[in-house]
Design a protein around this ligand. Sequence first.
Ligand SMILES: NC(=O)c1ccc[n+]([C@@H]2O[C@H](COP(=O)([O-])OP(=O)(O)OC[C@H]3O[C@@H](n4cnc5c(N)ncnc54)[C@H](OP(=O)(O)O)[C@@H]3O)[C@@H](O)[C@H]2O)c1
Length: 313
Amino acid sequence: MRAVRYTGVGAAAEVTELVDIADPVPAEDEVLVRVGAVGLNPVDVKIRAAGSDFGPIEYSTLPGWDLAGEVVATGAAVASLEVGDAVFGLARFPRAAHTLAELVAVPAADLAKAPTSWKVEQQGGAPLAVLTAWHAFEAAGLVGDAAGKRVLVLGGAGGVGHLAVQVAKARGAHVIATASAAKHPTLADLGADETVDYRDDAALAAIEPVDVVLSTVDDGVPPLGAIREGTAVITITGFPDGAVEALRAAGATGLDRIMVSADGAALAEVAALADAGRLTVLVDRAFPLEEVVAAQERVESGRVTGKVVVTLP
Ligand SMILES: NC(=O)c1ccc[n+]([C@@H]2O[C@H](COP(=O)([O-])OP(=O)(O)OC[C@H]3O[C@@H](n4cnc5c(N)ncnc54)[C@H](OP(=O)(O)O)[C@@H]3O)[C@@H](O)[C@H]2O)c1
């Protein structure tokens, strides 16, 4: 089968190649998936640039974690999926998973049946990003009915952010999202109640206190005016020096940096929301496998709206 491989640590154009390697064989609790689309995430390009020094996430020269595709074989112990099922998932994360390939062996527990209302690009693009939002809101206690809660998403237009906006909205929250002004109409279409330009200090300072903050922005810190006693603040990127102390002094709780993990059960709930018409995935751009270098460079631009996806025939 064809697969993407990194020849070493470096720039995408220098170290990315397409290779022919042996087909994977699923273990007892795994299924073999013929891959149709793979979401490309910042972690894919950061780990390529950093190599095995990249914290707790396992480095492999064979990259990729997101996938959507069709089950073509099942391990003996798999009862939840059958050959022919359309599935999507975040495979093995934070262990290596090698999903940027024509075939991938994935633990059945990491997969769910894909929402039929989404195109395969959306199915493949969603898992890591939507599970990050899902797990962050769990950490913040924003689960179940969140009617009456105010939620601030820093970085509302990115892969994680645009899904976080919709998940919070689907739970009934009042959602405020930061993004550059050109992206405000898109965020309003996704359900954001208020949009704030992150370059406009006065607008940031005018955000009234919220119950939950999710920061998806590198070194993102919410404006202190948005914090009151008990505001749960979660980051997926880390806080800059001194920010935690200032936020705690303003009353913030939590202040954790969470890390997403594979979670097929949560993806089944995501699929139900999608097929109920309450969650969509914006595809910034889909690239064929042969253009995986350009796809990585698009992610590295930091300017995407929604998800960058790699498609396979
Ligand atoms: N801890 C975890 O488990 C976990 C999981 C997923 C992702 N992450 C990390 O979280 C970060 C975001 O991931 P992602 O996939 O959402 O990235 P992404 O899709 O590449 O995010 C790009 C978006 O960020 C927006 N943006 C940039 N600077 C901003 C700012 N100061 N304020 C508001 N928006 C801003 C950009 O909007 P403009 O073009 O308008 O600037 C763009 O729409 C990455 O660092 C990633 O590695 C961590």
